[in-house]
Design a protein around this ligand. Sequence first.
Ligand code: FE
Length: 373
Amino acid sequence: MKSIVNAKIVTSKEVLEGYVLTFNKKIISLNREIPKDTELIDAKGLYLSAGFIDIHIHGSNGYDVMDATPKALEEISKSILKTGTTSFLATTMTMSQEQITKALQNVQSFKQQEGARVLGVHLEGPFINPIKHGAQDPKHIQKPNIELIEPFMDIVKMITIAPEVEAGEEFIGYIKEHFPHIVLSIGHSNATYNEAKESFSWGVSHATHLFNAMNPLHHREPGIVGAILEADEVSCDIIADLIHIHPSFFKLLNRLKREQLILITDAMRAGCLKEGISEIGGQKVIVKDGEARLEDGTLAGSVLKLNEALRNFYKYTNISLSELINMVTVLPAKKLGLDIGFLEKGYKADLVLFDNEFRVHKSYINGIKTKIR
Ligand code: FE
């Protein structure tokens, strides 16, 4: 049993001082008492919150989920600890059927030793609209097809799909009926406002990197963005790197989607590395000035770190620290139905200690201190 003292404890509702968080694998208590026979950890005034959850990350430290090797998952897992991330969805790209299958098999058979917990897979494509392919290679886009992924339904937790494409409605209906735990997310889509709204009635409940890889908001055709802003029950996520969307939207989105807005990185293999030439989904990427772009200038994921996303969002809004941290803990955990994300009794002891600048000093996964490098 361990107890963290002298921390500013960021719960889902408030920041507590003078409290003690006690845990083993799971959280045991959060109160003012230090139990007997506990190992004391002095947080030295740092902030303590639940570990961060990234529901959209392709790679880090030179490795990509699509490399389809255990080494790649290990390296991604270990290298993102320094960003405060303690669990993530390994996110695939639109590549050949064979490569997607290999990447899914790799996650399915992965025996994790250390590093941020692999929660499962976010399938980004290949069931998207070629008109809004972004950095996904359009030649591998397919019609929604359950057969491609059916053997992997135990690990698939989220699917980014363009609902308006041929067979979209049937696919969404099938997933909704047979695999209701999977979050269906509209993204890389050219859906109109009406089509987006209709897809919510079929079972789409989230939007992937709102504003990016979809039509912009227009006052006569509000598109996906308009449909999302209007639908209280539908959540969305954004890449708060100050490049993918203008920071003026942070305040606005917070006002409109308060309990439904999640921060992601969409980081690719150059994440946590020096800038230079990289790769995504078989295409060359140039990383310069914090931007990752294909040779034609298309944004190719990001090199954002999740703690930087928090810092950026905080800077341009006036939200409370609890509301901010909820965007990478409580909200993704609730969306995926996980027993993490809260500093409450019975939840897994995934914890992070960070300072005023959101620099990560320590983290714990299942109550065990991680090796941040
Ligand atoms: Fe992505």
